[in-house]
Design a binder for this molecule. Structure first.
Ligand code: DGL
Length: 287
């Protein structure tokens, strides 16, 4: 795969995730950078990435990135923690001239600042937890931090199903989070990192469960800030005052459910007809 040759301000920002989770990052980017055009790719045919091997996730991420690069983008956001953990470094080597932003470092930085006690809980996919990436990134910034992590893979399916506010989600959250927080308040974490981009969909449910005692951290706002800073540092930002730009939505499976969940989540109607179905890896003429 050739690196992108021509990176310039009018091009869109590319964002990808295994499914709807990256919309949490996309929403933050749209709010922070309304004048920037964006292309969102949800690999809905192959979600979830969380339980899959590092090699498989890296291969999927390569294909998603290659598709977006071929479309023409000026910056890539890997809006998936699992893909960030398994593929970010490889993508940065493959496309050395393309700015590429992952979601783990910004989330870890936000948690290191937000926690008063240094006791930090992380919930993520199995792949992200197994990699120890959050633990390492948080401890680089706060070596004395005590980090406990838990894989909560079932939440990904509930988010994709559109059931994040459902009573079923509440029961699953209690099962996953109870053991982390139902202990002596002096030993319990005061900060919970939503280390999977699907998990901010459960913010309201988690707040109802734990009240204001636990600070919830997701990396979307920090990622949007990092992207804004990178665009201006590289001279790639669209001029201030540019009209609100459009977002294109690409998926690898049926557009209908994606359009429904995306509309609900982003608070703007997305018609199924506006969601394009693509094949990954891209089908070549002789394939
Ligand atoms: N949203 C992704 C993440 O941040 C992956 C969820 C999944 O596909 O398992 O890790």
């Amino acid at each position: 795969m050739k690196p992108p040759v021509d990176i310039n301000p009018p091009l869109p920002i590319g964002v990808f995730d295994s499914g709807v989770g990256g919309l949490t990052v996309l929403g933050a980017l749209q709010r922070r950078l309304p004048g920037e055009a964006m292309i969102y790719l949800g690999d809905t045919a192959r979600v979830p990435y969380g339980p899959k091997s590092p090699e498989t996730v890296a291969a999927y991420a390569d294909e998603a990135a290659a598709h977006l690069v071929a479309e023409g983008i000026k910056l890539l956001v890997v809006a998936c923690n699992t893909a960030t953990v398994h593929a970010l470094a490889g993508l940065q080597r493959r496309y050395p001239t393309l700015p590429i932003v992952g979601v783990v470092e910004p989330g870890a930085a936000a948690a290191a600042i937000a926690s008063r006690s240094g006791r930090i809980a992380v919930i993520a996919t199995e792949g992200t937890v197994r990699s120890g990436a959050y633990d390492a990134a948080i401890k680089r910034l706060r070596p004395e931090a005590k980090v406990v992590s838990r894989a909560c893979g079932m939440l990904v399916a509930l988010a994709e199903e559109g059931w994040a506010g459902d009573i079923v989600a509440e029961a699953v959250l209690r099962r996953y989070l109870g053991p982390m927080f139902e202990q002596d308040p002096h030993a319990a974490p005061d900060c919970l990192v939503l280390g999977c981009t699907h998990f901010p969909l459960f913010t309201a449910a988690i707040r109802t469960m734990f009240g204001p005692w636990v600070t919830l951290v997701d990396s979307s706002a920090t990622v949007a800030e990092a992207v804004a800073a990178l665009l201006s540092a590289r001279g790639l930002a669209r001029p201030a005052g540019t009209a609100v730009a459009a977002t294109r939505y690409l998926v690898t499976d049926g557009p209908d459910r994606f359009a429904l969940i995306a509309s609900r989540f982003l608070g703007q109607r997305i018609e199924p007809a506006a969601v394009e179905r693509i094949a990954l890896p891209a089908r070549t003429k002789d394939a």
